[in-house]
Design a protein around this ligand. Structure first.
Ligand SMILES: C[S@+](CC[C@H](N)C(=O)[O-])C[C@H]1O[C@@H](n2cnc3c(N)ncnc32)[C@H](O)[C@@H]1O
Length: 288
């Protein structure tokens, strides 16, 4: 596929240009969109055709990460020649409550890398902590909802995928995270992006470390609904909760609200497909 490399922020401007092949989807990696080019127009790069099944690959800093089926040697060679990565890994899945990646090293080596996304820098080692680029639109949607000065709790902060965009949007974030490795990168990322005055980090189980009352509570964890008893003790009228899950979690949310004698309006949306018949969802809950 012939493409031109365009900064994501310029995508809107070029989409109706005659050279854009609108029958094919642009491929986005970090802050760059690889936009398919119509026959007869100049291009800057030829990407390998997507032969892989599953979710393809992500570029995380200087690392290429494959998901889904294990890629063959030909695909690894193509990707090596195209991106010249420091290392190539294959994600077989994630383990346990801390979502520790289960990876196989396919090429090179993997150490700490810096990933740039939407003007923010994320330090991480993709073999130690999770990074999901599939949630990119959701991160932007949440950042757009944040009003300057809001008091926000991010109950599953990880390395800051949501914490940082929410702080950049003007929120004050209490970031909770149980995994010491993730906290190490989160601290580094807060400093790197000069957001120290807006983010307070507490390491430990969010059910024990959540304190105070918030305007917004972000719950970016598939089992988030099971943590609502902790979250709902820290809401007021108007608090918005973003409760992630797999499939429809609205019945479980309503049950927890009932236990607390609360009413709320719920809006449910799909973030991405995560497997056959399985979707990653988020429900926005606005307390009455
Ligand atoms: C990495 S995932 C976050 C995924 C993120 N929402 C995304 O879509 O990319 C969940 C994070 O919650 C953390 N976590 C799990 N249980 C927790 C708990 N009880 N308290 C605080 N953090 C927890 C994990 O260590 C992990 O870093």
């Amino acid at each position: 596929m012939n493409v031109r490399e365009i900064p994501c922020r310029e995508m809107k401007k070029i989409l109706s240009d005659p050279w854009v092949d609108t029958s094919r989807k642009p491929w986005v990696s970090g802050d760059i969109a690889y936009v398919p080019v119509q026959k007869g127009y100049s291009y800057t790069l030829t990407l390998p055709e997507r032969r892989r099944k599953g979710r393809g690959y992500q570029k995380i800093g200087s690392i290429i990460a494959f998901h889904g089926e294990q890629p063959g040697a030909d695909v690894i060679d193509e990707v090596r020649n195209l991106h010249h990565p420091q290392g190539i890994i294959w994600y077989r899945g994630h383990h346990g409550e801390m979502r520790i990646p289960d990876i196989v090293l396919l090429y090179g080596e993997v150490s700490d890398t810096i990933h740039k996304e939407s003007g923010l820098l994320y330090h991480l080692n993709p073999t130690k902590v999770m990074f999901s680029q599939g949630n990119r639109e959701e991160k932007q949607r949440i950042a757009n909802l944040v009003k300057p000065g809001e008091q926000i709790c991010d109950m599953f902060a990880g390395i800051g995928y949501f914490t940082l965009p929410m702080a950049k949007a003007g929120g004050f974030i209490h970031a909770l995270e149980i995994n010491p490795d993730a906290v190490h990168y989160l601290e580094k990322n807060v400093r790197e992006n000069a957001l120290d005055s807006r983010i307070r980090i507490t390491m430990g189980d969010c059910r024990k470390t959540i304190t105070g009352t918030y305007d917004r509570i972000h719950m970016g964890y598939y089992e988030a609904a099971g943590f609502l008893d902790a979250a709902l003790a820290h809401v007021k009228s108007g608090t918005v909760l973003h409760v992630h899950g797999i499939g429809d979690n609205t019945t479980e949310i309503q049950e927890h609200l009932k236990t607390f004698g609360l009413t709320a309006t719920l809006a449910h949306r799909i973030i991405k497909k995560i497997g056959p018949g399985k979707v990653h969802t988020v429900t926005d809950v606005v307390i009455s």
